[in-house]
Design a protein around this ligand. Sequence first.
Ligand code: PLP
Ligand code: TYF
Length: 394
Amino acid sequence: MFETLKPSPPDKIIELLEMFRADPRTEKLDLGVGVYKDANGKTPVMRAVKAAEKRLLDTQDSKSYVGILGDLEFVKLLGELALGSSVPADRIAGAQTPGGTGAIRQILELIKRSNPAATVWYSDPTWPNHPAMLAHLGIPSRTYRYFDAATGGVDFAAMMADLVAMKPGDVLLLHGCCHNPTGANLTLEQWAEVTDFVVKAGVVPFIDLAYQGFGDGLEADAAGVRHMAAAVPEMLLAVSCSKNFGLYRDRVGAAIAISETAEKSAITKANLASLSRLNFSFPPDHGAKVVALILSDPALKADWQAELESMRAGMLELRKGLANELRRATNSDRFDFVGTHRGMFSRLGLSPEQVVKLREDFGIYAVGDSRINIAGLPAQGLGKLAAAIASVES
Ligand code: PLP
Ligand code: TYF
């Protein structure tokens, strides 16, 4: 049977991580995979997570199955974290999923089940798993222009010009904040404009929210999402707790669907449950319980927010520092966008050859499209990185 299988290309980001691990140089710098690292290069277990895990260890008295939609308290609390009070609770249905990836996958299945003719529109560029999952599921898809390589910002005019070709019922996939891979984000005014378009065109927004709290703060990062949610009849939302709770390997996320009415929401909910059953039956429990404990306990929540905020502040410091060093090293302001980008990533605009040179000559690992993970940078590496970029550019 297996002799019929064709070679399957590995995920480029994961492949890069393996190359980094195999590199014997001690001075190497991993700016590839999107994992937060502190000043010591460690990806910590957050304090509130440790405390909640201890509590769970002491109090959990059964490992029996959770419900098919997971822990509904978790789903409700995570929905509130993302959506605030923008939508009445009875229009929101959600399912706990294995990570944000699991949420995206379940939502794509829901789209396919609801409207097989819908085309899903995603930004060029986007996180590679988006097009990969769309292709795997055979869902029609198209891209819209997003990034202006010349300025490092969003090419909003081009984006809106491309969206005009969307048909009613098509799905518009957006990054909620901290766009991966570019780091360039819509302003709140632009979110409002996209919202007006979505309502008029009768298209369904699908927001991938994987970095809430990593950009401008927990509330600010959700502002565009909430504005849109309040205005549209239907919306889809994939939430990941991998980054903002540091729960990467525990696989924690939620697929959330906003329906037009409470009656329709009950049907959406039953479909989410059926899709979960068809894929994995019950979602993994541990990480979601930890998140629910944190979000429902004021002291744990305050400590989680404080730690998240210090992670965010550290990334912003690194951005400012790198932008300054790049000014100095290149004697120009053309990399100033690094300071205005938000989240873990910035796309530098280097050629694939220059990215290879960074790796081979300097041991600096960036993704092939010249995406760097800001959080992978130790403060003492800023000068080295800026000098290396200036060198491969000249
Ligand atoms: N969406 C985007 C844009 C991402 O960058 C990621 C990766 O971290 C995810 C979703 C999902 O991550 P996970 O499945 O680890 O929660
Ligand atoms: O873009 C990144 O680096 C993160 C981590 O298949 C990641 O989103 C990368 C690839 C992948 C899953 C997660």
